[in-house]
Design a protein around this ligand. Structure first.
Ligand SMILES: NC(=O)c1ccc[n+]([C@@H]2O[C@H](COP(=O)([O-])OP(=O)(O)OC[C@H]3O[C@@H](n4cnc5c(N)ncnc54)[C@H](O)[C@@H]3O)[C@@H](O)[C@H]2O)c1
Length: 357
């Protein structure tokens, strides 16, 4: 179904994630359009414009946010640039969908929190797994039927074979020597990169299903170029949790969750996101002694994420994605994991500050 009015989106960044997800998501969304694209790397802009045919192209973000026809911006640039770009977009009166993680320090996320509150605009964080129909189904069951939560386990284990799989699924990604990247190549620090890049998904899913995390204790084992974080979690509800972030396991992509509750339980298996396949989720309810599952035929998480974002802006629908507080809480959890890995102690999330490194 085509919406009466489409949100005019400008995408900042013509790199990997925009090429593989955001451009297509904006074009396929029923209630949004790919109005403009922007990158400092002109060659990328030209190539992406030829494929995706936005109405306008920009090589300067100042100019894109000065365009009164741009209603919302997707911030698809390196993590270190998220907060500054999101702040600039808000200051220009644009709604923002910012890639995960929200930022790289607790303080910069807090300053963005104030900017969002002052602006009255919509800011959503791009942890798109919330739009996985299976995970959304699990969340609804937990909220409406499962009763009190006893325990949650969640795991996110990348595979050593992931590029063999994803190279077949994604378009050929074009890169440019003119692309702007943060100084000092932050991806070279594997602990930082894995926590920000992958851990942000894990803690967001854990919070989406399990609620607020109060404290945690983490251990990191690093062997044969593999990093394994096991994290004990104390949820604010009093439930216990265990998170496993392993990059990378010597097998297929391995991601999922188990939740035990008062009137039922949930088991979920999540696929590598580039298959655009809904998680297999089974919710057992003691109400009817049966397992319940959803097909989730349309599982283009990035498209569904844009549609949800546009629905909030155009129609005032409740935000289904992660909001600014969720994004900030996820950074708190990641910083707490880093602190606890160093000290071996339990760390309260309301007491951490600074960055991961
Ligand atoms: N949600 C997901 O599943 C998922 C997956 C992959 C990456 N990501 C996130 O997406 C973000 C971007 O990752 P990427 O791999 O596409 O990065 P990238 O470095 O390949 O691309 C970013 C592009 O932004 C451009 N850019 C940076 N600053 C700019 C500025 N001020 N003005 C104009 N252009 C600018 C760069 O030139 C570059 O082309 C990261 O935060 C990453 O964590 C999310």
């Amino acid at each position: 179904m085509v919406a009466e009015r489409k949100l005019r989106i400008g995408v900042l960044g013509c790199g990997q994630i925009s090429q593989a997800a955001h451009f297509e998501a904006c074009r396929k969304a029923t209630n949004a359009e790919l109005y403009a694209i922007c990158d400092l790397a002109e060659d990328l802009v030209v190539k992406m414009a030829a494929i995706h045919e936005p109405s306008l192209t920009y090589t300067n973000f100042d100019a894109m946010v000065a365009d009164p026809n741009v209603e919302a911006v997707i911030v698809g640039v390196a993590d270190q640039f998220h907060v500054a770009m999101a702040q600039q977009a808000l200051a220009a009166g644009k709604h923002v969908l910012v890639e995960k993680p929200l930022g790289v320090s607790i303080e910069e996320c807090a300053s963005l929190q104030s900017a969002v509150a002052d602006s009255g605009l919509v800011l959503q964080v791009g942890t798109m797994k919330r739009f996985d129909p299976g995970i959304a189904f699990a969340r609804k069951f937990i909220a409406e039927e499962m009763g009190e939560m006893l325990a949650l386990k969640a795991w996110y284990c990348d595979s050593t074979y992931r590029y063999a799989m994803t190279d077949n699924l994604q378009p050929v990604v074009v890169s440019s020597s003119a692309a702007r990247r943060p100084a000092g190549n932050p991806k070279a620090d594997r602990e930082l990169y894995y926590l920000l890049g992958h851990g942000s998904h894990l803690v967001d899913t854990a919070r989406f299903l399990g609620g607020e995390i109060a404290a945690l204790r983490a251990r990191l084992v690093q062997k044969f170029d593999a990093y394994c974080w096991f994290v004990e979690v104390a949820f604010a509800s009093g439930a216990v949790g265990h998170l496993d972030l392993t990059i990378a396991v010597r097998m297929d992509w391995h991601e999922g969750f188990q939740v035990y509750g008062e009137h039922g339980s949930v088991i979920g298996k999540t696929y590598n996101p580039w298959y655009f396949k809904s998680s297999d989720v089974e919710c057992f309810s003691t109400r009817d002694d049966q397992y319940h599952r959803v097909l989730g035929a349309d599982a283009h998480f990035y498209k569904l994420q844009v549609e949800g974002f546009a629905d909030t802006i155009l129609n005032g629908a409740p935000m289904r994605g992660a909001n600014i507080n969720d994004g900030t809480a996820a950074i708190r959890a990641l910083v707490a994991i880093a602190r606890s890995t160093d000290s071996g102690d339990w760390v309260r999330l309301d007491q951490v500050e600074g960055t991961i490194s």
